[in-house]
Design a protein around this ligand. Structure first.
Ligand code: UD1
Length: 430
């Protein structure tokens, strides 16, 4: 298995191009199942999760081609996917594929909406808590689907089609909102989704669905009104920039010190994270092409924060912020309110000399003078990248094992960081 080796202590200076958002690209690809026409997606990041989802969708009969292969001099422009689900040949999403990526479970909504049936394996993905699917199933039941669990599979049936309904989510869920939104687009009549997730990636999918002919009101709010249509059409849509990648490199720049421009980044997608970063003492300014993050030699200030659904501080940046705070000038407190078990990075950060105490959902991080390089293990996607940030701050050599987690969500991470002066390289397994 590949490893990443970092010689820490170098400042980051330069430009990083932000890729298209993984968490928008995945549901947008899934939305292609809703129409027999061609959906063209631009600015799709080249990631292991995207490639795996393409395989899963092909299994359902999707015709899939890529153009715009990243030719220099614009290596950052992303890929253009053409997805056509003219005929759905198979409405089963098998365990072997779904167990490797949680988001692939989201094919359930579009399949049952379009074909009247679907059989989808219960999901896998990052081991960050129990991550149930009850809210997805609740929404589909409200829309008239019959749901059974059979041999580890969710079997959904709606032989006469789905019908609009009022769905009130007891808890904010990104995935369940995607499922309900996509399914309701092809249901008969009006659906109202209350307490829907407001993450920008939901808005991106909703805007694409509108271009496909869906009738959706309230995009960007927690109440979505969908007036179902009988058929959706093809369209062309550009995936929005990745706010988690943006935040990750912003934190990395603050951690290593230096001056980095994040081109293509949009501040409105992560106000809460930038506010937190400013509190730590980094300077953030808007540029013509994106956002600039700068930190001179001053010490980092500690912070007190809790993760929240959008527009709050994202759980997907919690590990990265924690890595940054390991060297703050005082004690920080970070509370994780979204996933109960999302602290796997803590013991790995401790291997580098971080001083972190865990009590339930709360981590208390006492800033230390220095981190020291060590061997660490990547455990999930966001935890892995927090180890990269810590490695950039540490004295000496840090080796991160099991980096396939990183490849699931970060496009060309080593090139992007080494382009700004980091000493980072991939050691390819022989
Ligand atoms: C998505 C993101 C992930 C992010 C998360 C929260 C993608 C591909 N993944 O994951 O990166 O960390 O949102 O912002 O976009 N829950 C239930 N029942 C359900 C569904 C969820 O109880 O049926 C719970 C989860 O266990 C969790 C919370 O709701 O505690 C939020 O999860 P959710 O928003 O659904 O996360 P995902 O959509 O899986």
């Amino acid at each position: 298995m590949d490893r990443i080796s970092i010689a820490g202590g170098r400042a980051l200076n330069g430009v990083i191009q932000i890729s298209g958002a993984k968490n928008a690209a995945l549901p947008l690809m899934i939305a292609s199942l809703l129409t027999p026409d061609r959906l063209t997606l631009k600015n799709v990041p080249n990631l292991a999760d995207v490639n795996l989802l393409a395989r899963i969708l092909r299994n359902h009969g999707l015709d899939f081609t890529i153009d715009g292969k990243r030719a220099e001099p614009s290596p950052h422009m992303g890929e253009t996917f053409h997805l056509t689900a003219r005929d759905i040949v198979d409405t089963t999403a098998p365990y072997e594929l779904v167990s490797r990526m949680r988001a692939s479970f989201w094919v359930l909504g579009p399949l049952v909406a379009r074909c009247g049936q679907a059989r989808v394996s219960m999901p896998g993905g990052c081991a960050i808590g129990t991550r149930p699917v009850d809210l997805h199933l609740m929404a589909l039941k409200e829309l008239g689907a019959e749901i059974d669990i059979d041999g580890g599979y969710v079997v959904a049936r709606a032989p006469n089609g789905l019908r609009g309904a009022r769905v009130e989510f007891p808890k904010v869920s990104v995935g369940a909102t995607h499922t309900a939104l996509m399914a309701a687009s092809l249901a008969k009549g009006e659906t109202v989704l209350e307490n829907a997730a407001r993450e920008p990636e939901i808005g991106d999918v909703a805007e694409c669905l509108v271009k496909m002919g869906a009738r959706i009101d309230g995009i960007g709010t927690s109440t979505l009104r969908i007036d179902g249509v009988s058929r959706l059409e093809g369209t062309v849509h550009t995936v929005l920039p990745d706010r988690i990648e943006t935040g990750t490199y912003a934190f990395a720049a603050a951690a290593a010190g230096g001056d980095v421009e994040l081109q293509g980044a949009r501040r409105t997608l992560l106000e809460a994270a930038f506010e937190a970063l400013e509190q730590t003492g980094a300077a953030i300014t808007d540029t013509d092409k994106g956002i600039r993050v700068k930190r001179d030699g001053r010490a980092l200030e500690p912070i007190r924060i809790e993760t929240r659904p959008f527009p709050g501080f994202p759980t997907d940046l919690q590990a990265q912020l924690m890595a940054l705070m390991t060297k703050a000038n005082g004690t920080s407190v970070i509370r994780e309110t979204i996933f109960e078990n999302r602290f796997m990075h803590v013991q790995e950060l401790a291997r580098l000399g971080a001083d972190i105490q865990l009590h339930g959902d709360t981590a208390t991080i006492k800033g230390v003078k220095a981190l020291r390089g060590a061997q660490v293990m990547a455990t999930d996607l966001r935890a892995s990248v927090s180890l990269v940030i810590a490695g950039l701050m540490a004295e000496g050599q840090t080796t991160i094992n099991r980096v396939y987690h990183l490849d699931r969500g970060f496009e060309r991470l080593e090139q992007k960081l080494s382009g700004c002066g980091a000493q980072i390289e991939r050691i390819v397994a022989g």
